[in-house]
Design a protein around this ligand. Sequence first.
Ligand code: IPM
Ligand code: MN
Length: 365
Amino acid sequence: MTYRIALLPGDGIGPEVTNAAVKIIDLVTSKFNIDISYETYDIGGICYEKHGTPLIEETLDGCYNSDAVFLGAVGGYEWENLPHHLKPEAALLKLREKLELFANIRPAKVYSSMLDNSSLKREVLDGTDFIVLRELTGGIYFGKPRGIEDSRGFNTMVYRTEEVERIARKAFEIALKRDKVVTSVDKANVLEVSQFWRNVVEKVHKDYPKIKLNHMYVDNAAMQIVRDPKQFDVILTSNIFGDIISDISGMITGSLGMLPSASIGNKYTLYEPVHGSAPDIAGQKKANPIAAISSISMMFEHSFDMQKASEIIEKAITKALSDGFRTADIATEGCKIVTTDEFTDIIAENMERIFTDEAIGVFLL
Ligand code: IPM
Ligand code: MN
């Protein structure tokens, strides 16, 4: 069995963390007796420089022909003033739309050795483990009409029944494998589109009697996430609210450099670190590869159904952190500062050791 992975390294630290991701995939490939092939494609600012547009057909075709896509990051100062449709970010939105990646999973889990990295108190955070499930192909990001005229700018927040149904179903399915609590976040006290969202979520919930469903207004949810993050299990929300809520959630875990993500549709899947292109540290070997490597762990779980591989990667990351290794962005007093490549090698060595310790061979596939 050969899995085809489309690699889209992109801009800034994207290529560096993509290298880290590939190293970890190669290790899993050699241990689990599977074959993985890669093709690399242009996206974002680098793609604009080469081809005059941030997304080309060849990249899209490569994604259509893949079993999973890995994206490093897009964006950078030099492309900030381009017209909307030529900005690197436009490529990302187009990709989400074309691949119909309607469900975006962003886990917010605190590693215990990172508890003192957050701006929040350790006792507030300890044990936090929730998932933000963000609707990714609808809502105000894609609604029409939209535009800028001389004296006004406008966007439309709209959701159709099917769009809310499928993301709600996904939330309930994910919650069934966790603590069985879904908090749907909206602004139903003000927005009709949110009242509609709420009604549809309620309807879908009837198929999932084992799940406890709560509703929360988005302003309150933002406050509750910093007040008591442990109360959440699965947060289900729309595109724009999820964009905001997931950054808040990321930061409570200590650093955005830790956060992986999976974007899932019915046909395609894309994995991407949440941190973005960080142009200020690009090329300096400082990038934190954890988000990328953790995204690969999600890839093995969601796209290739290899739960065991995913667990080993997570254990290896946890050990590297508890052994005191840190990249510069998450360095604290007394830790051992290492480069992107060194950190990746440490995680790879830990994985080797776990493989050996658990004597995992082809038998467990
Ligand atoms: C994210 C990013 C994107 C978004 C941008 C880069 C288009 O902020 O993935 O959260 O707003 O969705
Ligand atoms: Mn965002």
